[in-house]
Design a protein around this ligand. Structure first.
Ligand SMILES: Cc1cc2nc3c(=O)[nH]c(=O)nc-3n(C[C@H](O)[C@H](O)[C@H](O)COP(=O)(O)O)c2cc1C
Length: 471
């Protein structure tokens, strides 16, 4: 166990006390007084402006929710802890992506070229005004891109927004949320053939964006291609299916994946085949939200389970190996699937049992907050991506922690999008004693579960008035 990163992972399990919360300003977006601004059309989805819509779908202020102080009950588990000097109701703004404590540390920057629909240059996306602030004029794409991209997006995290609430644990959340941001980008920019990199020259990018890297970390780069012009095609090849099959088989292997990490030996448990599923993650971006009152305990169908798991284990178009995390889960009251702990194998689309015992009891013991406890009683599926620190550190050096957390965040966000697309409610939750579940799963060495998300039928008391601001 060598370096700072490893010590951080070993030491920081829960939020740490913030010595002086008043030292942090209230949650605000960044501002650049005097810098030129380029407005983006509103509403973003109507304007036919691809970049504007993409930015709104990534980091825009796209939702508003009416909440009351009593909505804190599931978190406080008692009226006493609810401050009575708060207004009776709050209008809170929300983004397309989840964020720990809704602190929204993520930011997006645009490195624009000639075909980006905005002036060439380096811009900051201001979510509050839905416009771009120009930080530099000129074409900087070649400084950032690994291929001839039309536009490059750079994702960062402003650390203090999370640190003001979670102390030392802010770094962990920032790394998880980077993965969530990238997963969202790959879904909403799919038609622009988006690819992402989590390994890049960090210091150079921070300098290009004018950031102090101690305060705002660059976490990911997303490269977009312009759509090719439509071509006049020849006759259909549908009459020659055998030749097509042979050709397609080669294409399927034309992009060798990154060198895989060592895999763990297969368990003895008999695996369960799942029904085939084709999740529509884009559809899920329209309705995804974190369930605020948990679930109602109805059973889940195997088709719903298969849809969520397919998205969970999907390989992202990025520079990380597909087995940087293992896809563990806990199942309860899914029709036809014995309740218990499993590892999902994406390639085979199978569940491998890893532990026996009453899952609801195990989860109750591990759940910290009242809302998580409620989910332990009533959700049907808990996803817990597992990372092997040993293998990742050997492969990525000091970057191992960051990329592994990102892979976990991305896997859970994909699963939440798939769930939303079929009307299954979800909530990512960090307040779980994961080491208790790790013992139950039989994890050894430096393998740990990294984050948890719960899934089920939304509790009837859970839906809150929510206004979509963009559609
Ligand atoms: C990394 C991460 C950790 C989270 N941890 C918790 C948690 O411990 N407890 C909880 O109730 N919600 C947790 N959430 C959910 C957020 O509170 C929720 O996403 C946020 O309030 C915004 O709401 P939305 O997801 O509906 O947009 C977490 C979300 C993320 C992304």
């Amino acid at each position: 166990m060598g370096d700072e990163v490893t010590r951080y992972q070993e030491d920081v399990h829960t939020p740490t006390e913030v010595a002086d919360p008043t030292a942090f300003p209230p949650r605000v977006v960044k501002s650049y007084p005097g810098a030129p601004r380029h407005p983006l059309p509103w509403p973003p989805e109507r304007a036919g402006h691809r970049l504007g819509r993409l930015l709104a779908d990534l980091g825009g202020i796209t939702r508003a929710q009416w909440l009351t102080p009593l909505d804190m009950l599931p978190f406080t588990d008692g009226f006493d802890a609810i401050p009575d000097d708060d207004p009776l109701q709050w209008l809170v703004t929300r983004r397309p992506t989840p964020s720990g404590g809704a602190r929204y540390s993520a930011e997006w920057y645009v490195i624009a070229g000639d075909d980006s629909e905005v002036p060439t240059g380096v811009h900051y996306y201001d979510p509050a005004r839905h416009d771009l602030v120009r930080l530099r004029a000129g074409d900087y794409r070649s400084h950032v891109a690994s291929r001839p991209a039309a536009t490059v997006l750079v994702q960062t995290n402003v650390f203090w927004r999370l640190a003001a609430k979670y102390g030392e644990m802010h770094y962990r959340l920032a790394c998880l949320e980077a993965g969530i941001q990238v997963a969202q980008a790959l879904v909403v920019a799919d038609e622009q053939q988006a690819t992402a990199r989590l390994c890049f020259p960090d210091a150079d990018l921070a300098e290009l964006l004018g950031l102090d890297p101690r305060e705002e970390g660059v976490h990911a780069v997303v490269e977009l291609l312009p759509p090719p012009p439509p071509a006049v095609r020849g006759p259909s090849m549908a009459a020659f299916p055998r030749a097509h099959g042979a050709h397609a088989a080669v294409l399927a292997r034309s992009r060798p994946g990154p060198e895989p990490l060592p895999t763990s030996p297969a368990g003895d448990g008999k695996r369960i085949d799942l029904p085939l599923a084709a999740p529509d993650l884009r559809a899920g971006t329209l309705t995804r939200h974190a369930a605020v009152r948990g679930f109602n305990g109805d059973p889940m169908s195997p088709a719903a389970l298969a849809t969520v798991l397919t998205a969970y284990g999907q390989q992202a178009r990025w520079d990380l190996p597909d087995n940087l995390v293992e896809f563990h889960c806990v199942v309860a009251d899914v029709t036809g699937i014995p309740s218990g702990a499993y590892r999902y194998h994406p390639d085979e689309h199978q569940l491998e049992p890893v532990a026996e015992g009453d899952p609801r009891q195990r989860l109750r013991e591990a759940a910290l907050a009242a809302l998580t406890q409620q989910g332990a009683r009533t959700a049907n599926l808990w996803l817990l991506p597992v990372g092997d620190a040993e293998a990742a550190e050997a492969r990525f050096g000091a970057r191992w922690y960051r990329v592994q957390q990102a892979a976990a965040g991305a896997a859970l966000h994909r699963a939440c999008l798939a769930a939303a697309s079929i009307g299954v409610a979800s909530r990512i939750q960090n307040d779980v004693l994961t080491h208790l579940l790790d013992e139950w799963f039989g994890l050894h060495g430096r393998k740990r579960s990294l984050l948890m998300a719960q899934f089920g039928t939304e509790h009837p008391a859970g839906l809150r008035p929510e206004f979509r601001l963009t559609w």
